[in-house]
Ligand binder design. Sequence first.
Ligand SMILES: *Cc1c(COP(=O)(O)O)cnc(C)c1O
Length: 388
Amino acid sequence: MTAKKDAGFATKAVHAGQRPDPTTGAIMTPVYLTSTYVQEGPGVHKGFDYARTVHPTRLALEANIAALEGGAHGLCFASGMAATSTVIEMLDAGDHVVSCNDLYGGTYRVFTKVFARHGMSFSFVDATDMKAIEKAMTSKTKILWIETPSNPMLRITDIKKASALAHKKKVKVVVDNTFASPALQQPLALGADIVVHSTTKYLGGHSDVVGGAVVTNDREIFDKLKFLQNAVGAVPGPLDCFLVLRGTKTLPLRLVKHCENAMAVARHLSKHKEIARVHYPGLADHPGHAIAKAQMCGFGGMISFELKGDLERAKRMIAMTRVFSLAESLGGVESLIGHPPTMTHGSIPRQERLKSGLVDGLIRLSVGIEDAQDLIDDLDQAIARSAV
Ligand SMILES: *Cc1c(COP(=O)(O)O)cnc(C)c1O
């Protein structure tokens, strides 16, 4: 029925936040298509007054994702960017944020093009380097914003160390856990104050919905975010909540296969003579391998690699795959391929890109749950045909 607090992860994934519908016994959480709720008298109701403020399908999802992250409080949003923006809405003009320099493009954009206009400031550093994080902090710093593994370089930040460092300076730590998902990494247990998700990716898992979530154990932060969720209003619709709730049920199962396949593909690519470098935290020579091994229980489904040759060859190669689809996004059951320098990270000037390791031949894979051999064969044929 519903999951106990000490239930295992897979049990929580299936049951947390959900109970059979009290009126019919329907086993699945209904998609409550309603904007308001009838009151017995003014202000006398069942805890539900208006659907932006509180919604039963959303509540079930919020409790489910909170349980998966080992957090006391969850809040869901219309997109990952809505979740991110609502977290930053907690800040005031003059406040400062330290973040990693290979941040998700949309997060970089909202920080520098939207919130910077409102008087907040942002520094971007190599967040694998604790000294660089410390150096960037000022008396105005309120948040350390981390993505690990990062996008698209798959760099690993030590969440425990970074949190200890930030907390000494009374700075709150936010981890965007989209790339790992709670099946592989639970940042709150490692010291983070807030976890942010794009549920569009692994939590939804089927590339059929856009959504976001925030989880925290800190009651004060939750109260602020709950207020902002209602005040700003970037809430998800009931059907979207249902779709993510359906996705989280199979999250642990899917992630096992994503990890297995990604490891097989990464190993294969690392021996390929047309490939200069493979970035995958599961490979023993990855600079963050030891930290990833300690703070994650799997290395994830994301890989990036450097194809030998120029930009044009990389663009040819990604258009020649037959199982991998050329598309933005990640975390769905199907494998996707993309070229960060011209797609997700195209808005960053080339010189800036090169500084953070985003070379012209960099290709990113979201490895799905198909048969590993089919994925390997597909990449091999595209690599071979892209050479002229
Ligand atoms: C996709 C993504 C986001 C943004 O989420 P949307 O649901 O697209 O708004 C934020 N962070 C990471 C790491 C992502 O991959």
